[in-house]
Design a protein around this ligand. Structure first.
Ligand code: NAD
Length: 379
């Protein structure tokens, strides 16, 4: 099994430059040429862990504009099990070593990277270099530098890039955005967002290993709370201050257990987020000059639930969020529909994550943030 190191990440980036030069001589020769003639895009999942197994692959049985065409795995037994279960032909099955041969496979239009966080950059860049559109799971990488490298590689290869931020495709989150945009509850003054679960499993899991995860609760769940704070106000923050709390250092040897952070927004709105691997929390609350709304749960696989100060329940029929998300990305590729979770969104969140860690390292100091208005907002 291949683990990314700083050295092989740099090699991939260096190869990316060369690959990009080749690709620029024949722009859009691979993915763009074939994808646009297709009715349904073929997706290859890279990394067949729990998210691919229990969410993405089942959702791909119901998607309208894409389907499960291939797999990339480091585990031989999974090749047969997945081939049998989903009827995947042998020519569409890859491992981490021969993955780059996917460039020659016309069945595969999109590579969806569902690996531990420190491997996102390497495989997203290799996918782009192979001429495939890319969906990258959250968090986009383990540093802003990696996010830039992914964005760059996709631009140079002329392929589309989307984040695995499923909530942007589901109706409760879209309703939140509508409330904010339409000022249904006046001007937003305050947002509170929580994304956390209590981790008690194997202490050797990759999520608790900084070299693979890049960090703890903040990298894993915290990005959802950051996201909620942003779509709950409709603004990117202009500063963040943060604090870290630890109660089980023997379990969380290498990664953050609980982090709380406070945001200021350009309008004067303020926000408070909490994320943890030590307690359960899953909600967002937004208060405006003429009322409030909340979602609880706000960021799990659903069904979500919400209500407002107008005494209304927010209620939508439940559908697989992953199905909606992958179809939205396919419609972006096939029909030029808006990219609801573009690469810039993943990069923006990583910039905020890095600022949160910086604030903690400086004893909670306020760290200024300077985003162009709307930077990282999806379509
Ligand atoms: P998982 O541990 O269940 O699966 C990880 C997969 O990566 C496994 O198949 C494993 O064999 C493979 N792998 C390859 N190299 C590895 C290495 N060196 N160490 C460990 N595993 C290695 O994880 P998961 O829950 O499927 O998460 C995968 C990615 O998907 C993560 O980036 C996570 O943040 C993201 N995710 C997103 C959502 C979402 O709602 N968008 C939900 C769950 C996970």
């Amino acid at each position: 099994m291949k683990t990314i190191t700083r050295r092989n990440f740099n090699t991939v980036i260096a190869k990316g430059m060369g690959g990009a030069a080749l690709l620029s001589a024949a722009p859009f020769a691979c993915a763009m040429g074939t994808s646009q003639d297709k009715k349904k895009l073929g997706i290859a999942l890279v990394g067949l862990g729990s998210y691919s197994t229990y969410q993405l692959a089942p959702a791909l049985q119901d998607t309208q504009h894409c389907y499960l065409a291939g797999i990339v795995t480091g585990t031989l037994e999974k090749e047969k099990a997945w081939a049998d279960k989903y009827g995947i032909p042998a020519k569409n099955i890859y491992n981490y070593q021969n993955f780059d041969d996917i460039a020659n496979n016309e069945d595969i239009d999109v590579v969806y990277v569902v690996l531990p966080n420190s491997m996102h950059a390497e495989f997203s860049i290799r996918a782009a270099q192979a001429g495939k559109h890319v969906i990258c799971e959250k968090p986009m990488g383990i540093s802003v530098e990696e996010c830039d490298a992914i964005i760059d590689a996709c631009k140079k290869a002329g392929v589309k890039l989307g984040m695995g931020y499923r909530l942007h495709s589901e109706p409760y989150t879209q309703q939140v955005k509508k409330f904010v945009k339409g000022k249904t509850f006046g001007d937003i003054q305050f947002v509170s967002a929580e994304a956390a679960y209590r981790s008690t499993g194997n202490p050797d899991q990759w999520r608790l290993d900084k070299s693979l995860s890049g960090g703890g609760a903040l990298m894993n769940m915290g990005v959802y709370a950051v996201q909620s704070a942003i779509y709950g106000t409709g603004e990117n923050p202009i500063s963040v201050s943060a604090q870290e709390f630890s109660t089980r250092p023997e379990y969380f040897k290498d990664t953050d257990e609980t982090i709380m952070a406070q945001f200021e927004f350009p309008s004067g709105a303020v926000g408070n987020i909490s994320t943890s691997h030590n307690f359960n929390a899953n909600s967002m609350y937004v208060s405006g000059t003429s009322g409030w709304f909340q979602l609880q749960p706000a960021n799990n696989y659903g069904p979500l639930s919400g209500r407002t100060s107008k005494d209304d329940e927010i209620k939508f029929p439940h559908e697989s969020q992953q199905k909606l998300q992958m179809d939205d990305f396919a419609k972006h590729v096939l029909f030029g529909e808006p990219n609801k979770a573009p690469g810039d969104m993943g990069k923006r969140d990583m910039m905020i994550v890095e600022a949160i860690y910086e604030s903690i390292s400086k004893g909670g100091q306020k760290i200024p943030l300077d985003f162009a208005p709307g930077f990282g907002f999806g379509g």
